[in-house]
Design a protein around this ligand. Structure first.
Ligand SMILES: C[S@@+](CC[C@H](N)C(=O)[O-])C[C@H]1O[C@@H](n2cnc3c(N)ncnc32)[C@H](O)[C@@H]1O
Length: 275
């Protein structure tokens, strides 16, 4: 698209959008980066995209310039809402804005399929948002999300590593997860203390039922609640040795040594046993 746009720094100054730490505000002002994120998210023709936290609208601009059929922006900060309202005049048919806390919304009811999320997430609510989307993973074609690097590493972690835990198991159980871009603090304004990474999360064709998802949350919470303990101890409250024997898993093992398929077995048996 050949639009001459006001530089984002000037938009931020004009709207007095001084970054608020409590809202996880670290803005991407370089169009080269936002365009790259949209490009890496794959073809968008015919897709409906949700962006949580458009802020001053850098990524939103790149989404407007993409082939996405529509963009639903959800923003909680009224100062940014004014900016995105202004930007919406560029694409009134395609960009819709909701002023709300994204953690309170069922986005699948607000955005038609095929739907994706492409967002530089507010770090303070990034994990609950992701877990909520995983709970409805069948509804999403793909999630392309910026996290703090440490969270991105947990999402993609392999068994036996210190980053491996509940989040990675839930995410990899429901989706193929791959870190596709790393960004240093200086890529953001203001710079956060840590590096960030974009993770591509592509849900598997088969998804667990809501009951099985809840069972997996319980099993992983128990297993990693006492990460250093042997499983026969950490899983005691949810079936212990009986559950482990039924899943053919040695009770002397520790949670971080089990792969996702072994956790899948435990969750299915836990659900079937109704313990
Ligand atoms: C990391 S900034 C990203 C801003 C912009 N997308 C960018 O890349 O420059 C996170 C954005 O999420 C917004 N935000 C924070 N908490 C939110 C919530 N619960 N629901 C919706 N938006 C939220 C912030 O106001 C901010 O605009």
């Amino acid at each position: 698209m050949n639009v001459v746009r006001e530089p984002l720094a000037s938009v931020i100054a004009r709207h007095d959008l001084a970054a608020r730490h409590a809202l996880g505000q670290h803005f991407l002002l370089d169009p080269g980066i936002t365009e790259r994120i949209v490009e890496l998210s794959g073809p968008l023709a015919g897709r409906h995209v949700v962006e949580v936290g458009p802020g001053p609208g850098g990524l939103t601009r790149a989404l407007i310039d993409s082939e996405a059929a529509s963009i639903l922006a959800v923003e909680v900060d009224p100062r940014a809402v004014t900016i995105i309202d202004e930007l919406a005049t560029e694409a009134p048919e395609r960009l819709r804005l909701i002023e709300a806390d994204a953690t309170t919304l069922d986005l699948t009811t607000l955005c038609p399929a095929p739907r994706r999320v492409i967002s530089n997430l507010p770090y303070n609510v990034a994990t609950p948002l992701l877990v909520g989307w995983l709970r409805q993973a069948a509804a999403w074609e793909r999630l392309t999300l910026m996290f703090q690097l440490e969270v991105a590493e947990r999402i993609c972690a392999a068994p036996g590593t210190s980053a491996y835990g509940r989040l990675g198991i839930l995410a990899q159980w429901c989706a193929r997860c791959e870190a596709i871009m790393r960004l240093p603090p200086g890529a953001f304004s203001p710079p956060p203390k840590v590096w960030s990474a974009v993770v591509e999360i592509t849900p598997h064709a088969e998804q667990p039922s809501p009951e099985l998802f809840r069972a997996m949350e319980k099993v992983t919470a128990a297993a990693f609640g006492q990460r250093r303990k042997m499983l026969r101890g950490s899983l005691k409250s949810i079936g212990g040795e009986k559950l482990l024997a039924a899943a053919d898993i040695d009770g002397a093992r520790r949670a971080e040594t089990l792969d996702v398929s072994e956790f899948d077995r435990l969750a299915r048996i836990f659900l079937a046993q109704g313990t």
